[in-house]
Write a protein that binds this ligand. Structure first.
Ligand SMILES: [Fe+2]
Length: 257
């Protein structure tokens, strides 16, 4: 039968929506509670919706009542402090799984390439239902930062680099595309990440905000691109050698974040 997917994401695996006027909203991400949770760099997360409505970040397939990344439970103490973020996550009217704010410390392009990963949003997702994708709403004004998306982890020939000013909004099939962020800054980046179920509600939302499957790539000098690619190859080889020396296969499970 297969999953219900958005036609809008078919070509590139992502869409960029119209920019949101972030400056009008209070900085709610400074008020909510964060927990240490490592994912692709130095990170913490503040969940607004989680598996059981607790302030924790585990995948929904863990523990009792395992399920895919849908039917997230809103956390009253967090929602109370972040009504605008909650409203924005709920605006599409699509089923929401995990919803949280990520805090990411500065990380350069080479780190980003090494941190590229695919998500595991659709584990336990019943056939015939909507494919889970992720919305990314950038909250801080990260003028020098960009999201990196690749079809293949180590192949630079398809690389989308998407700017992350305040109010940038994109939706990504993060189980298809390898992704991570280059955060060139002195301070932390904050971004609201929401798991949504694909379907007519999400399609209508993408159409309403003029989702574009292609935007101009953020320009990065060829020297930085080449050095990042070389460093990624070096670190992957180093890690493979480490596991080979221990006589173990490298574990390459998909990220749970
Ligand atoms: Fe991810």
């Amino acid at each position: 039968m297969g999953y219900i997917k958005s036609a809008a994401l078919e070509e590139t695996g992502y869409v960029v929506l119209d920019r949101y006027n972030q400056e009008l909203d209070p900085k709610e991400w400074l008020d909510i509670e964060f927990v240490d949770w490592k994912s692709s760099g130095e990170t913490r997360f503040a969940p607004l919706a989680s598996k059981e409505g607790e302030i924790e970040c585990n995948g929904f397939w863990h523990g009792q009542n395992p399920r895919t990344d849908k039917d997230g439970v809103w956390i009253p103490s967090q929602v109370e402090k972040a009504p605008n973020l909650t409203r924005r996550a709920q605006e599409p009217g699509a089923n929401v799984g995990r919803c949280r704010v990520i805090e990411l410390q500065p990380t350069d392009y080479a780190d980003c390439l090494y941190n590229l990963h695919q998500d595991d949003n659709n584990r336990l997702n019943p056939d015939g239902t909507g494919w889970v994708v992720r919305g990314f709403f950038n909250l801080t004004d990260d003028k020098e930062s960009y999201f990196v998306l690749r079809e293949n982890r180590t192949d630079p020939s398809i690389e989308h680099r998407i700017a992350l000013p305040a109010g940038a909004q994109l939706i990504v099939d993060t189980q298809r595309l390898w992704h991570a962020t280059t955060h060139n800054s002195e301070t932390a980046r904050y971004c609201l990440i929401t798991s949504w179920e694909s379907g007519p509600e999400l399609d209508a939302y993408i159409a309403k905000y003029n989702g574009k499957a292609r935007v101009p790539n953020v320009e990065v000098s060829q020297d930085i691109l080449d050095a990042g690619q070389a460093e990624q190859a070096r670190r992957i080889a180093e890690r493979a050698a480490y596991y080979a020396a221990k006589g173990k296969a490298e574990v390459t499970a998909m990220s749970e974040a």
